[in-house]
Each structure stands twice: as structure tokens, then as C-alpha cells.
Design a protein around this ligand. Structure first.
Ligand SMILES: Nc1ncnc2c1ncn2[C@@H]1O[C@H](COP(=O)(O)OP(=O)(O)OP(=O)(O)O)[C@@H](O)[C@H]1O
Ligand SMILES: [Mg+2]
Length: 421
């Protein structure tokens, strides 16, 4: 691809908006030029609840990134999450030829078998108001021979594709797109947040051996499972670090900003590690008298909610996936993964080797120090994902008709994207 092309990643999180403006280099890497972060308003559990407030937050973050980058944000890629997201593995099947000789598989055949899988999903009851945002092939079968990763130029009579389909509520997608449009920008594509985050915190070996990523944000906890180089499961739990703060605020009778500070400075996910006699002073609400509270009690509140979140993800995964196949282990990321001992709590629940996922920044040049925090895994991942998509775009783009209801936003936007690069 051409160098000096601008790519902009926008992570519209429940607690913060992060915008990264980067440019492609002659070596086909990315150089970060500008970063903007603002507190997000008008969002709850990954969905827009006030379009005007949300777009003002996005606009402020874009402004900050543009000033630092000294260039305009272009080619904008956005993350999406929330309870409305539904993912499903499905099968697409086509016949390659009716002749007695096998047929050589072309890119059109591959596109057709994936479209067949998408159509099978779209006609299922309950999916009418969902739009497909990802259709990711896992592997293919040719005439019963299974586990084929790339069938291009192989020969056969019948082709099947196992495809991971991610769908999101049409209105939610439109509201997020609208927020960006109100800032006078156009969204090029939308990615599911855990898929984006996986580009920033999982490496190829982990994805091959089997890995789980759990991004614990403010309002959502996003999950994805990878095995044999492809995604096997994705899901979203509408709960995150904000719920921990709310619990503390209620349990300690403290203002939310004090509860947040207590959580970050002295919070702990494993209450039994805190001595019974340790106390801290908690400021009363709006001038009320301060009170001494047991640190152990504070950690019990935190542990209860973090257990609920992590056990919720475990339940979700265990219902869909054989966790014994996860050889590499679990990676926790997102801001709330920074809660002390979070990885040990997860390790206990999952009985699996766990690490905290800081975004890999080695593929980025420029002023990236600020991004070395799990809360930026999604924004860095959006950038990597967008870059790989654009680099491979000739393989990915197939001719599409704009009015076809089965077409994902992804295909429509990428088709238009050609004009800009
Ligand atoms: N050092 C820290 N220790 C504990 N918690 C932290 C720390 N830093 C951030 N958090 C928590 O992380 C959460 C925000 O994480 P993040 O920025 O990943 O969320 P988001 O992307 O805004 O939200 P979402 O992905 O749910 O839409 C908040 O609840 C915040 O309190
Ligand atoms: Mg997030």
C-alpha cells in the first residue's frame, strides 16, 4: 500500500474516548502522529444513550489528536461492543461444478461460500434487526477434506466454509456512526472491540495454540477465543469497572469520584490478602463526616463484583467452547484488569495461566509511550486491524451491491474506501 496514508482509530469506550491518528510508512508499518483522549459522555454499557453528548466527547478527542498530529483525521475505524452484539459459528456450502471434472477454486468461489454462510445466518429468526459486522472464515472443507486454511487455487467439487459471524443491532451501529458524522467525519468501518483488542495483545503463537482474551472495560467486558489461528467465539458482558466503582460508592457511602480513587489506589481483587485490622478514612458525601472503613471490607466489595464478572465470562465461554483446548492461556486487558490481583482471581476461576495484556507497541513508531496501558488495547488493536485490512484489501474486497440487505457495513465501507487511498 501507499505510504503516508492516514489511518484513524476511535475507541468509543464507556469511560473514555481514545483517538489515534497514524500514517503508513514506506516499510508498511505505522507511525503514530496524534493521540486524543477525553472522558466519554452519553454512553452506557457500550451503547449511545445521548447522541449529542457522545458526539461532543468524540469531537473533543479528535480535535486533540488532530492538533498533536498536525493533520486531519481520515479513514476512521471505530470499535463496537455491548449486549446487543451476537456472534455465531456457521457453515456455508457451495457446489463448485456440476461437471465430472473438479474445478479450481477462485476468490469468487470463496466469497460466495462466505456469503452463503452469511445468508444462512440472516434468515434465522431473531437476526432480522442485526447487521453483520464480521464474517471471519475459520477453515474450509473441500469434498470432505477438512481443516483447509486457504482453498484458493485448490481443486474440488464442493466447498464448505466454517465462518465466525458477528452481528450488532442496526440502530446501535447507526447511532455510533451518527455520533461520528455529527463531528463531520465519516466512519470507514466498525470492528468488534474484543477482536480489535486481540490484535494488540495476542501474538500469533497464542492464537494458534488457543488463547482467551477478556477486555474488562468500564461498562462492558468483551471476550474472544482464538484457536488454530482463527476466532472461535466472541461475546460481550454488559458489566465492567464502573460497576465496581458503583458498588463501592454504595457500600462506603462515598461520592463516585472518591470510590473510584479508593478502587484504584487501595483496591484489591483478593480480599483474603488484606489484614483484618487495616483501616482507611473515607470522606462523607457532600461535606458529611468522614468514616473509618476496613480495607478488607473494601476488597470484599471489589472481589464480589470482579468474581461476578469473571465467573460470568467463564460461564459464557464454557457453554460454547471446550476450554481444555486453550493451551496458551488467558489474557486480561482493559482498564479494570489493572485492579490489583485481578490476574490471580481470574487464574483461580479459570484454572488457567493468566497475564495482563499491555498492547504490543513494537509495530508502531512515534510518541507511543502513553499507549502502554491495557485501557488502550482496543484503540491500538483497531489501528493494527485497520492496517492489516487495508494492506490485504485486494484479497478482501469483492464487488457488492449497496442495497443488498446481507451486506455488512464492513463491505460497503471498504468498497468506498478505495477512493481515499
Ligand atoms: N489503575 C487502575 N486500577 C483499577 N482500575 C482501573 C485502573 N485504571 C482504570 N481502571 C478502571 O478501568 C475502567 C475503564 O477501562 P477502559 O478504559 O478499558 O474502559 P472503556 O473502554 O472506557 O469502557 P468499555 O470498553 O467498557 O466501553 C474504569 O472502570 C476504571 O476505573
Ligand atoms: Mg473499552
Amino acid at each position: 500500500m501507499k505510504s503516508n496514508q492516514v489511518i484513524t482509530a476511535i475507541d468509543i469506550g464507556t469511560t473514555k474516548i481514545c483517538v489515534i491518528i497514524a500514517v503508513t510508512t514506506p516499510e508498511n508499518t505505522l507511525e503514530v502522529k496524534g493521540i486524543g483522549t477525553t472522558k466519554s459522555e452519553g454512553l452506557s454499557n457500550g451503547i449511545v444513550i445521548d447522541i449529542v453528548k457522545a458526539s461532543k466527547s468524540i469531537s473533543d478527542a479528535i480535535d486533540e489528536a488532530e492538533i498533536m498530529a498536525d493533520r486531519t483525521a481520515k479513514n476512521i475505524f471505530v470499535g463496537i461492543a455491548g449486549e446487543h452484539v451476537k456472534s455465531q459459528n456457521t457453515l456455508g456450502r457451495i457446489s463448485l461444478t456440476s461437471a465430472s471434472e473438479p474445478c479450481e477454486i477462485t476468490q469468487d468461489h470463496i466469497d460466495n461460500v462466505i456469503n452463503n454462510a452469511k445468508n444462512n445466518i440472516k434468515i434465522q429468526q431473531g437476526n432480522e434487526r442485526l447487521d453483520i459486522i464480521h464474517a471471519i472464515p475459520q477453515y474450509y472443507d473441500i469434498d470432505g477434506q477438512t481443516g483447509i486454511m486457504n482453498p484458493l487455487n485448490m481443486s474440488g467439487f464442493n466447498l464448505s466454509a466454517y465462518v465466525h459471524i458477528v452481528m450488532a443491532d442496526i440502530n446501535t451501529i447507526r447511532n455510533i456512526t451518527k455520533c461520528v458524522e455529527l463531528c463531520n467525519y465519516k466512519v470507514r468501518d466498525i470492528f468488534l472491540e474484543p477482536i480489535a483488542s486481540s490484535f494488540a495483545v495476542l501474538n500469533e503463537v497464542e492464537k494458534k495454540l488457543g488463547a482467551i482474551i477478556i477486555d474488562i472495560g468500564g461498562g462492558t467486558t468483551d471476550i474472544a477465543v482464538f484457536y488454530k489461528d482463527s476466532i472461535r467465539f466472541s461475546g460481550v458482558l454488559p458489566m465492567g469497572g464502573t460497576n465496581v466503582t458503583q458498588d463501592l460508592s454504595i457500600g462506603l457511602h462515598a461520592a463516585p469520584q472518591n470510590a473510584e480513587e479508593i478502587k484504584i489506589t487501595v483496591g484489591n481483587c483478593i480480599a483474603s490478602t488484606i489484614p483484618q485490622d487495616k483501616l482507611i478514612e473515607v470522606e462523607g458525601i457532600a461535606g458529611r463526616e468522614s468514616k473509618q472503613k476496613k480495607l478488607r471490607y473494601i476488597s470484599e466489595i471489589i472481589e464480589a463484583r470482579m468474581r461476578e464478572i469473571l465467573e460470568g465470562t467463564y460461564q459464557m465461554l464454557n457453554d460454547h467452547h471446550n476450554l481444555k483446548m486453550i493451551t496458551a492461556g488467558l489474557t486480561l486487558t482493559g482498564g479494570a484488569s489493572l485492579l490489583k490481583n485481578c490476574e490471580f482471581l481470574a487464574e483461580e476461576i479459570y484454572n488457567m495461566s493468566t497475564k495482563i495484556g499491555y498492547p504490543y507497541l513494537d509495530r508502531l513508531s512515534g510518541p507511543t509511550e502513553r499507549l502502554a496501558n491495557p485501557k488502550f488495547a482496543t484503540s491500538v488493536g483497531i489501528l493494527y486491524h485497520a492496517h492489516s485490512l487495508i494492506s490485504d484489501r485486494n484479497d478482501l474486497i469483492s464487488p457488492v451491491k449497496y442495497k443488498d440487505p446481507f451486506i455488512s457495513i464492513f463491505k460497503r465501507l471498504i468498497a468506498n474506501f478505495k477512493e481515499y487511498i
